[in-house]
Design a protein around this ligand. Structure first.
Ligand SMILES: [Zn+2]
Length: 216
């Protein structure tokens, strides 16, 4: 988890300590601590939060622990979660804009678009509820005036998905700066989603993670 947190910043999808990541455990989850520089983390700094939302050990969990906790409760397909503030995802999130089907790879998040969860104050139950709604049938969503959250089968896949969504956000922002991108229709996106389910699937993720991030 520490290697992956450092990698999250190294590859540019997060800055400082604003992001966080977690891994599901049998009776709860392990999550990065609140406000600690990743490069200084030792294994004991990673926080165990049990199924009742109580944390154990010397460190406080990330301020967004509640979202991670609620996603694991609601989504059997989530074994790892990554939250970050990548620049172009955050830019779109500050416009309160979803990422529409301007590119077929939008289907990588599991649907015809990548939604933007309505704004609520960080760390609140209201924000967690908004994120869970926006993640319905999806593995990623933007968070209004905030950032991005992804769920996956493991941390490698979660980081690969976050990189992919940030790449899409960057391309979409480029498109908006020079015109209005053509949006693929629902029929075409459904065709793409079907192909993703049957073609080259790697544990539920349609493309293998880049070699540079196969740390775990
Ligand atoms: Zn955040």
């Amino acid at each position: 988890m520490i290697e992956m947190a450092i990698e999250m910043n190294r590859c540019g999808i997060n800055q400082g300590t604003s992001g966080n990541l977690s891994v599901r455990q049998e009776s709860g989850m392990l999550i990065t601590p609140s406000g600690m520089t990743y490069s200084t983390l030792a294994p004991d700094d990673i926080v165990f939060v049990d199924g009742n939302g109580e944390h154990h050990g010397p460190r406080k969990p990330s301020s967004e622990w509640r979202i991670h906790h609620d996603i694991y409760q609601a989504r059997a397909d989530a074994a790892a979660i990554l939250h970050a503030h990548p620049t172009d995802c955050a830019a779109l999130a500050c416009l309160n804009e979803p990422i529409p089907a301007f590119h077929y790879m939008v289907a990588v998040a599991g649907g015809r678009n990548i939604r933007c969860a309505p704004y609520a104050t960080f760390g609140t139950q209201a924000l967690s509820n908004n994120v869970l709604d926006a993640l319905q049938d999806r593995k990623a969503c933007l968070m209004a005036n905030h950032g991005l959250i992804c769920l996956a089968g493991n941390l490698d896949q979660a980081l690969a998905l976050a990189i992919e969504v940030e790449q899409l956000a960057q391309t979409y922002v480029h498109c908006l700066s020079v015109g209005s991108p053509v949006i693929l229709d629902d029929e075409e996106m459904d065709r793409v989603l079907l192909k993703f389910k049957s073609y080259g699937v790697q544990d539920g993720y349609p493309i293998p993670p880049p070699p540079s991030i196969t740390l775990l």
